[in-house]
Design a protein around this ligand. Structure first.
Ligand SMILES: NC(=O)c1ccc[n+]([C@@H]2O[C@H](COP(=O)([O-])OP(=O)(O)OC[C@H]3O[C@@H](n4cnc5c(N)ncnc54)[C@H](O)[C@@H]3O)[C@@H](O)[C@H]2O)c1
Ligand SMILES: [Zn+2]
Length: 1583
């Protein structure tokens, strides 16, 4: 049996105890039994592994044992013990369990233990072996790759405690380590990658050539574990496949290094520390992310960060960092914390530089306070033969997300340097050399995403072979001469977001020839989500026309593509070249390998970026293929036609890639701005790159001295502050350099105009906008042009310091602003990593080669770049289907905001001088649509600009309406033409467009209530719409957000959680339900329409249904809405795994402009960020819910959760579950502590469960309440608002107050009815009583001095006399010179009595309910007494254009006018007679007693003529402030003669002013419907 097993042995600590091979079970059993005689053999494994391998071991042991000994000797025993899988088994308890098993089975000192498993089993079992009976023999049989190459080798054993990992353990060497690589076939692939991190690490510190093979053979290595071996293939060398050999050699290579190091330094004194490369930072990350992210994954990121640290210290080259990155990526390992696998975790929010440094303090390697880190010096070698001491400052600089540059003179002045290889040249050289014949050594190649992706893809296509030399400084390309093959079935070529790679490779893939035999698969190239939106259409169209079979697998015009291996036909290829020159280069580069010589004709208008095409042609020539560009015979003019001969590229043996000219602009610009000198080697006048002209054409003209040879450029800047503006620079040939020019222009004297750069709007970001927005932060003015911008330069001293620059993830923005940062103190460049695209070590070079100090900066809050622009006054654009109600809504909104409204239809008429219908009649439909499109383009600019506008914070509201309603409406509406095609089709077509181009959606629910479903008075509906529109637009425009007032400290706020499946059911009783509360929560997870059949917890309500529900709710209430999608795991009914759907609903909420959005913090980080970016005026409630009862308020987790929520939300919400009363006290203590922090955000801290009720009573911010009328409670333990008030009163938190009415006579007053009913409804313990006195005397003085005085209403005759007793008057009371309300407030310790006047609010409310703000053409006030002052004040506030006043004694009316000169008041002599040429009033208010009036000509009575009501063109209202009779002559006249006039009587005004009083006293909304019913009842009983 052993004869057929081939094992390779590795020596460790002087003994060949590591045995490696495939399918070793029989070999292991045999070796153990013969080499390690014992009475008992115990195999310990975890249940995952037992399932696969325990039976084989058991069988082998039993058969061998029975075969071996059948005499009289005691036969050795074989026992097995299975532990649960996972790290938790590596504990004291886990160890005790194994020991108890051994003891129970009477194991003795001569036992041999076999650890079959991953690192967990190995560490635990090893430690048991080390201490059991003071140490027994054991063997490691590692089953995970990590265990094979790392944990099983070296004798380190350990268990974890709650204080940390591996803190208790021992060095205990195994007798044997059996590496059976066949075991890896069942290992999950993520676990394999996890182990590869250690393999890559070992090669990186020790063995360059090993690293080379890992780097280039990842695909084969993966394949080796993915193809199962049958029939024990691999057990003998004869049966071993190439893949198996490769796998084994990788494992053995890695183990050998570790074994070597361990042998030299068995107890980790020095050298052995080297294996900790990547672990210092990796462990710190792991401490936060475990167990979700695996050890190897954390170490992978740690390696990159530690390598960057070394690069930053000038020890390691960027090339090596790039190789390490690429290699780890190839094994599917994350290389940065921005990796979505990590960034999306909630716990990722806990990773801060400070926290990582703190964790790193406890590293075993440290020397005292100094941290020690293994520094790489190149691939395969470390800086020292041990870990090196690194100061904290350097580590935190590496870890920080943002940087700042310390301004000054570059210390290496005059600077001489090269910049990274040109990206364009690198990309082209790579394709040329790969397609060429022979070997080419590429020097100064840029390691970018594009080159990495391109190399991987070319290897995948078997188009070329790549190798590194000189520690990676040189790339050796073995050209494949254009021979390419289809990748293995199912293998797609993944290009990430590498744009150039995608374009070049598309044509390269068409070169793939049909395989001679077998089926011909296709080549599939794909990319990430962003790549799938980038255009490739023109190139694909050209190749298709040439006969290539290319199909789009997802959306037309974008990747992924499937390409048939037919070869490229050649001949004439026509290509549209006005979008990207890369299409042209792509075809040119591949053309020599077409079947026929290619003639490439560029069509479709102006060819873009000609210099890049010239570059391609020039480089092809260097590689031996001469392209001929045709010229027009007569004129000699160059044509856009290229002839490319058939042929092969002849690789030059060496090719040195020119430095990147765009990158060179930054150091040159630093010289220019700091008045120093800089020489860039490797770029000069002979350069192929357009940006090489920057020095001469920009810097020289700005006042620099420029010297350029063919291969070198030197710039000497003028003294600081003396750069000159350039009137106009056309940068079309060097568009990428415009950002550099722009920052220089910012400090140059005068205005610089930069043009020719329109294409920069569609780069990594809209760069023109980005520059404008970021320069504005410095206080620099700019002016956007169609194809560029103007910059108004400013002296440096006047630039704002300490600006934080948002970089839009765009390398050029970051580097350009770092030029400005070298001059302007305190400038912060956010997102420093975005330079990775072209100059990953820019920050290091800035410090190490230029000599400007760069420091790490930790931003305290994530940068939110959009919100600042939001509140600037901008127009609101409404878009939507014809008939959706844009005009109606727009009119209302404009009048509410007092902005101008431009109606597209009217605009059309103005422009075309004819009505729409007539236009169609005369010109037909197509002409109309064309005209309309053009018009909309003019009006709204193009679609993309609309989108841009949205993304820069502009408001576009999509007015949407039910399609059925639209069709019906359009059918009845004659003045506008129908569409000329079915409306529903137009609707479908445009719906997505509208959604895409808008950031808000207003649902115009015109008919929702009219069909009798809901019992609402039609006037109420109209008012509802008006109020809704006004609220919505005020809110989203930020003019005045509709937020809950009681969120202020010192107030208590509440929300009602609506638990109806259909909110329509709640609407009729909404007022009762919502008494006292400040907001309404819509539990979206509980919504379900009649058609929804899935059970709760599985069900997702449709967006249309949810939007309709919100719209319906808003029609009847002005309370802010809290939009909540509560998941099952957080106590709600929304499916846990429907995060995408939850995200869509949350986005919907933002577009509807809901006031509050509950965002669960367990959502992926990315989701939360995206929501924050578009939140607008909506406030976030960042919430955590622990349903399990596990979390305690005084735990560190609670603190961490609070911090995360406070970082992301405007309001923090934490809901735990109480099991004891103490939990409530802890909750209260925690809340008090957090609320005491400076700048604390409003905090909802409550416990669920019946025991948690007390916490709901004590909580001050947005306490959730329920109501007895509701079908079910939102959460267990919820009580009603009134119950909470009663409870607060009982525990002394809400003392009873007394309120009064002062006046005489007042015994008929309705106020006690109003207020006492309101108090009772809300559960408030207060009372309201009458205090009737003839004068303001002792009675009143004593009353208001009493501590339980809550407030008072004041009426005739005390409204003036009360004033001397008060401390302050509100502006309204001052203007009217009278007080009707006393409000006691507290100014710290002293009580202040404020006198207010709510009479005007009563009048205002009654009018505003019928006539919209701004719609009062003229108003009439009859009478000139005290109440008329209130009337005038109210009318003016409502925007009345003119107020007529009539009084019997004209002089009193004149007095009224002169004391309000700022208002437009006109005194009139005769009622019903208005100045000629004016509009008659549409509002009339009478303040005189009704008994003295009549509309018939009666003696001694004031006569009301019918001409009072001559206004007939719209809504109008007459208000009679007299209480008696119920119908006064003035009102009766209106009812008899004028149907458009609405009437209101004094009681209504009394009610309205009473509501206002109540709200001022209690800061709660008065339950108006409930109290008004009572008041009217009492009123009618009396009259
Ligand atoms: N002692 C050391 O020098 C050292 C070094 C590195 C890591 N470690 C320790 O190693 C542990 C991690 O080891 P690990 O990554 O192997 O974890 P692990 O033991 O938990 O194994 C990972 C997972 O893979 C499963 N698994 C293992 N082999 C399998 C196979 N062949 N087929 C199917 N499933 C298989 C396991 O059941 C487990 O679920 C940690 O506790 C770490 O502290 C120790
Ligand atoms: Zn490790």
């Amino acid at each position: 049996m052993t004869a057929t097993t081939d094992v390779q042995k590795i020596s460790i600590l002087g003994k060949e105890s590591i045995h490696c091979g495939f399918h070793l079970v029989p070999y292991i059993v045999n070796t153990v039994l013969t080499e390690l005689p014992a009475s008992t053999y115990i195999l310990i494994t975890d249940s995952n592994i037992a399932k696969f391998y325990l039976p084989a071991f058991e069988k082998e042991f039993r058969s061998t044992l029975s075969g071996l000994l059948n005499g009289t000797h005691a036969r050795p025993r074989f026992l097995s013990y299975i532990i649960p899988p996972g790290e938790t088994s590596k504990s004291r308890e886990g160890k005790a369990a194994v020991e108890d098993f051994l003891l129970l089975n009477k194991c003795t000192r001569d036992t041999v233990i076999l650890a079959l498993g991953g690192g967990v089993v190995g560490d635990l079992v090893g430690f048991v072996a080390a201490t059991f009976m003071r140490g027994v023999r054991f063997c490691q049989i590692p089953t995970s790759l990590l265990a094979m190459v790392d944990s099983s080798v070296g004798g380190k054993t350990a268990i974890d405690t709650p204080h940390g990992k591996n803190l208790i353990g021992a060095f205990w060497q195994p007798e044997f380590i059996f590496i059976d690589a066949a075991l890896l076939e069942t290992l999950p692939s993520r676990e394999f990658s996890n182990g590869m991190a250690e393999v890559v690490k070992t090669a990186a510190i020790w063995d360059d050539s090993e690293f080379n093979s890992l780097e280039s053979r990842s695909a084969e290595i993966f394949a080796a574990i993915q193809t199962p071996s049958t029939n024990y293939a691999g057990r003998s060398e004869k049966t071993r496949s190439d893949a198996q050999k490769l796998l084994l050699s990788v494992i053995i290579g890695s183990i050998s290094v570790k074994a070597h190091i361990v042998t030299i330094d068995p107890t980790e004194k020095g050298l052995r520390n080297l294996v900790n490369f990547g672990h210092s930072i990796g462990h710190a990350i792991e401490a936060i992310l475990t167990p979700t992210i695996l050890h190897g994954e954390c170490v992978s990121i740690g390696m990159i960060l530690e390598a960057e640290l070394s690069r930053q210290m000038g020890i390691l080259s960027q090339v090596s960092v790039g190789r390490l990155t690429r290699c780890l990526k190839a094994y599917n390992l994350p290389v940065s914390l921005a990796d979505p696998r990590i960034a999306n975790l909630p716990s990722a929010k806990l990773i801060t530089t400070e926290r990582l440094l703190d964790i790193m303090k406890v590293d075993k390697k440290n020397q005292g306070n100094d941290k020690k880190i293994v520094l790489l010096s190149r691939i395969g070698a470390t800086y020292e033969q041990k870990a090196s001491v690194v100061p904290d400052g350097l580590i935190s600089k590496t870890l920080s997300e943002s940087v700042t540059v310390v301004p000054g003179i570059p210390s290496f002045n005059p600077v001489k340097m090269t910049t990274p290889g040109s990206k364009s040249i690198s990309n082209r050289a790579l394709v040329l050399a790969a397609l060429g014949t022979g070997i080419c050594r590429l020097k100064n190649l840029l390691h970018s995403d594009d080159t990495q992706v391109m190399m991987a893809a070319l290897s995948e296509l078997k188009g070329a072979k790549f190798e590194w030399e000189d520690g990676g400084e040189t790339l050796v390309v073995h050209g494949g001469n254009g021979s390419l093959s289809v990748p293995p079935k199912g293998k797609e070529i993944y290009l990430g977001n590498a744009g150039t790679a995608a374009r070049f490779l598309t044509t390269v893939c068409t070169l793939v020839q049909k395989p001679p035999t077998g089926e011909s698969e296709t080549t599939v190239i794909t990319g990430n989500a962003r790549m799938k939106q980038r255009p490739i259409g023109p190139l694909v169209a050209a190749l298709r026309a040439n006969g290539s079979e290319i199909s789009y697998l997802e959306s037309d015009g974008c990747l992924p593509l499937s390409i048939r291996p037919n070869g490229l036909s050649g001949g004439i290829i026509q290509l549209a070249a006005s979008v990207s020159s890369q299409y042209v280069s792509s075809v040119l580069l591949c053309a020599p390998y077409a079947n026929e010589p290619v003639t490439l004709e560029l069509i479709g208008g102006q060819v873009i970026s000609q210099p890049y095409i010239d570059m391609t042609v020039a480089m092809m020539k260097t590689f031996g293929i001469e392209v001929i560009r045709r010229v027009e015979k007569d004129t000699g003019k160059l044509l856009d036609i290229y002839d490319i001969p058939k042929g092969s590229y002849q690789n030059p043996s060496d090719y040195s890639i020119e430095s990147d000219a765009s990158s060179a602009t930054y150091p040159l610009a630093i010289a220019a701005i700091t008045g120093t000198s800089c020489t860039i080697q490797n770029i000069g006048s002979s350069s192929l790159q357009g940006d090489a002209k920057f020095a001469r054409e920009v810097l020289e003209r700005m006042g620099c001295e420029v010297n350029q040879t063919a291969t070198e450029t030197t710039v000497q800047g003028p003294p600081i502050g003396q750069l000159k503006a350039v009137e106009e620079i056309d940068m079309e040939v060097m568009t990428d350099a415009f950002l550099t020019a722009t920052v220089l222009a910012a400090v140059a004297s005068g205005k610089t105009r930069i043009i020719g750069i329109a294409n920069q709007r569609v780069k990594e970001c809209n760069r023109i906008r980005a520059m404008i927005d970021e320069l504005a932060k410095f206080g620099v003015s700019t002016n956007e042009l169609d194809d560029g911008l103007e910059v108004f330069g400013k002296p440096v001293e006047e630039l704002r310091k300490g600006v934080s620059v948002h970089c839009y993830d765009d390398h050029r923005v970051a580097m350009a602003f770092s030029v400005l940062a070298s001059l302007v103190p305190g400038t912060i460049l956010e997102e420093k990593r975005c330079v990775e695209k072209t100059w990953p070590n820019w920050w290091d070079d800035l410090q190490n080669k230029i000599g400007l100090e760069v420091k790490g900066v930790e931003l305290s809050t994530p940068s939110v770049s959009l919100s600042s622009a939001r509140l600037s006054p901008k127009s609101v654009i409404l878009i939507g289907m014809r008939g959706s109600g844009k005009t109606f809504i727009g009119d209302l909104a404009a009048s509410a905001l007092r902005w101008t409204f431009i109606d597209a239809d009217n605009y059309f008429e103005t422009v075309h001088q004819v009505g729409v219908r007539q236009f169609v009649h005369e010109n037909g439909w197509p002409a109309f649509r064309e005209a309309e499109t053009k018009l909309l383009k003019d009006l709204l600019t193009e679609k993309d600009l609309l989108k841009d506008w949205v993304s820069s914070g502009g408001l576009v509201v999509h007015v949407s309406r039910n399609i059925g309603e639209i069709i019906e409406y359009l059918g009845t509406e004659g003045s506008r033409p129908a569409y000329g095609e079915p409306v529903s089709e137009v609707f479908e077509r445009r719906a997505t467009w509208f959604a895409e181009c808008s950031n808000h959606r207003f649902i115009n629910h015109v008919e929702a209530f009219a069909d009798g479903k809901i019992v609402v008075d039609p006037t109420d509906t109209k008012r509802g719409v008006r109020e809704e529109v006004s609220r919505f637009f005020h809110h989203i425009s930020g003019v005045s957000a509709n937020l809950a007032q009681n969120l202020m400290p010192g107030h208590r706020s509440y929300f009602l959680s609506l638990t109806y499946p259909d909110i329509m059911l709640a609407l009729p009783k909404l007022e009762e339900l919502s008494v006292g509360v400040d907001a309404l929560e819509v539990r979206v997870d509980l919504l379900r329409s009649k058609e929804d059949i899935e059970p709760l917890g599985k069900h997702i309500p449709s967006e249309t249904y949810v939007a309709d529900q919100i719209a319906a709710l808003r029609r009847v209430t002005s309370l802010p809405i809290i939009f909540t999608v509560r998941t099952v795991s957080e106590g709600g009914a929304f499916p846990d795994h429907a995060q995408k759907e939850a995200f869509s609903l949350l986005k919907l909420a933002l577009s509807l402009g809901v006031e509050y959005l509950d965002v669960e913090m367990q959502l992926p980080e990315q989701t939360i960020k995206q929501l924050v970016a578009r939140k607008g005026a909506t406030q976030f409630i960042a919430s955590w819910h622990d349903w399990s009862g596990r979390l305690k308020w005084n735990s560190p987790e609670a603190q961490a959760m609070y911090n995360i929520a406070a970082q992301n939300g405007d309001i923090v919400k934490m809901v735990f579950t109480a099991s004891t009363m103490q939990d409530n006290f802890d909750c209260q203590a925690f809340a008090l502590k957090m609320n005491g922090r400076p700048g604390a955000k409003p905090f909802i801290a409550i416990n669920m469960g019946a025991v948690g009720q007390l916490s709901r009573i004590l909580n001050t911010t947005f306490s959730p309440v329920s109501h007895p009328l509701q079908p079910s409670r939102a959460a267990p333990g919820q009580i009603s608002f009134a119950q909470v008030q009663k409870a607060l009163h009982l525990i002394g938190e809400l003392p009873a107050k007394k309120f009064y009415l002062f006046g005489n006579p007042i015994d008929h007053s309705l106020s006690p009815t109003l207020h006492n009913n309101a108090f009772e409804t809300l559960g408030l313990p207060h009372t309201y009583e009458l205090l009737e006195t003839a004068e303001v005397g002792e009675d009143i003085k004593n009353t208001i001095a009493s501590p339980d005085f809550g407030g008072a209403s004041v009426t005739i005759p005390h409204k003036l006399n009360i004033i001397p007793l008060l401390d302050q008057l509100t502006p309204a009371a001052k203007v009217m010179g009278a007080v009707n309300t006393i409000i006691p407030t507290n100014d710290g310790a002293t009580r202040i009595l404020v006198g207010d006047n709510t009479d005007w609010l009563g009048i205002r409310g009654s009018i505003a309910a019928r006539v919209a703000v701004g719609q009062i053409h003229a108003a009439l006030v009859i009478g000139a007494g005290g109440t008329s002052r209130a009337a005038i004040y109210a009318l003016n506030d409502l925007g009345a254009k003119v107020i007529y006043v009539w009084n019997r004694t004209r002089s009193r009316a004149e007095e009224l006018r002169t004391s309000n000169l700022d208002m437009n008041i006109q005194v009139i002599d005769e009622l019903g007679q208005w100045p000629s040429g004016t509009t008659a009033p549409n509002v009339i208010v009478s303040t005189i007693p009704a008994s003295e009036t009549s509309f018939e000509d009666e003696p001694d009575r004031l006569f009301y003529p019918a001409s009072l009501y001559s206004y007939r063109d719209g809504p109008a209202i007459v208000l009679d402030l007299a209480y008696k009779p119920v119908e006064t002559p003035l009102l009766k006249l209106a009812k008899m003669t004028a149907s458009n006039w609405d009437t209101a009587q004094g009681v209504e005004v009394l009610l309205q002013q009473g509501y206002a009083q109540f709200e001022k006293w209690t800061s709660r909304k008065c339950p108006q419907g409930i109290v008004s019913r009572k008041v009217w009842e009492v009123y009618y009983n009396r009259v």
